[in-house]
Design a protein around this ligand. Structure first.
Ligand SMILES: CC(C)(COP(=O)(O)OP(=O)(O)OC[C@H]1O[C@@H](n2cnc3c(N)ncnc32)[C@H](O)[C@@H]1OP(=O)(O)O)[C@@H](O)C(=O)NCCC(=O)NCCSC(=O)C[C@H](O)C(=O)O
Ligand SMILES: [Mg+2]
Length: 298
């Protein structure tokens, strides 16, 4: 089984903002996304590309995953962004506005020709109506190893723009698309991160949206401000109670008297072997987070 990589918090920052690129080296986000796309004005694109590549080359991001979001490949900057990002080989290159599996095959082919190390993975933004309609084919691109596809990132602002839906508390309009993308990701072995919350405060609305994303099954949330990191890290991690329950379930199925049983009763509830598998994942995630946090302190 692939080891779990915690991705509770993925903080975007404009590639044109040197202060943010530096500050990110000390922030407790699991992932930093150095953005060349929507957070950067057209006149600043080339300078941002150079600045982001210099920051990745310089390093200092510790255990955090470093991801470069490039401009779409059909824009004036996309191809140069891809070549420059490939050269500095971050943990992943995030491709915006992916609407077909062919787009990912083209990226993978270019990365192979550029001899980019295979440790650099490809992440895809899911943020167009067409991507939602084609989602299983896009997720299926992960089976072509050349595409390097390993994670989806929901672009809820672009989805709202393109569909003319409103981003409202509870996200009623967005939920079917979020869950469709989530099902496609899981069916094809991909991780998936929820979209951003546009208020800069770590307020009650933000916590509620993190809890909704966690309950939907997302691995973490994309963020726009350092204020949002602590709540995302807390909410997307198993709680102390989750870990205790998980340990009890794993221990119960390890008892000799339960060896031949598919279902047992615990505290008035039915617990099946599938719950033991889920419990094992909770324990593995908690351990991966513990290791990540001790790595960032050393
Ligand atoms: C929105 C912001 C422009 C606000 O910035 P600012 O006014 O500087 O905020 P603060 O004064 O509160 O900042 C306090 C300190 O924190 C640093 N900071 C702020 N934001 C970040 C960040 N994202 N990463 C790292 N560091 C950050 C400031 O530099 C201050 O530091 P210090 O000087 O030490 O006090 C700003 O938050 C921002 O630019 N946010 C990110 C915007 C962004 O990247 N947007 C694009 C991605 S979202 C998207 O596109 C989603 C998707 O595609 C979709 O379609 O949905
Ligand atoms: Mg977007």
């Amino acid at each position: 089984m692939t080891p779990i990589t915690p991705r509770r918090s993925a903080l975007y920052m404009p590639g044109s903002n040197l202060r943010a690129l530096e500050k990110a080296r000390g922030l407790p986000a699991d992932v930093v996304i150095l953005d060349l796309e929507d957070a950067v004005a057209p006149d600043a694109k080339a300078a941002a590309r150079e600045q982001v590549c210099a920051a990745v080359r310089q390093g200092g991001y510790g255990a955090r995953e470093v991801v470069i979001r490039i401009n779409a490949l059909d824009t004036p900057w996309g191809q140069d962004d891809l070549a420059a990002a490939a050269e500095v080989a971050p943990d992943a290159i995030l491709i915006p506005k992916v609407s077909s599996p062919e787009a990912l095959v083209a990226v993978g082919t270019r990365l192979r020709r550029l001899r980019t190390p295979v440790r650099t993975r490809v992440w895809a933004m899911i943020e167009t109506p067409l991507a939602i309609l084609e989602i299983n084919a896009i997720a299926g691109a992960a089976h072509d190893v050349d595409t390097r596809l390993s994670c989806f990132v929901m672009g809820t602002n672009d989805l709202a723009k393109e569909t003319r839906s409103r981003v409202a508390p509870g996200r009623t309009a967005m939920l079917p698309w979020l869950m469709t993308a989530l099902a496609a990701a899981r069916a094809n072995g991909l991780d998936i991160l929820d979209g951003v919350y546009n208020s800069l405060e770590g307020d009650a609305g933000f916590r509620a949206e993190c809890e909704q994303g966690r309950d939907c099954g997302f691995d973490g949330k994309t963020l726009i401000h350092p204020n949002q990191i602590a709540a995302a890290n807390e909410i997307f991690a198993p709680s102390v109670g989750d870990v205790e329950r998980a340990r009890a379930i794993v221990a119960a199925f390890a008892l000799p008297e339960n060896a031949g049983r598919g279902a047992i009763a615990m505290e008035g509830r039915m617990v099946e072997r599938l719950h033991a598998e889920m419990a094992k994942r909770v324990l593995d995630l908690a351990e991966a987070i513990r290791r990540r946090e001790s790595d960032s302190q050393s």
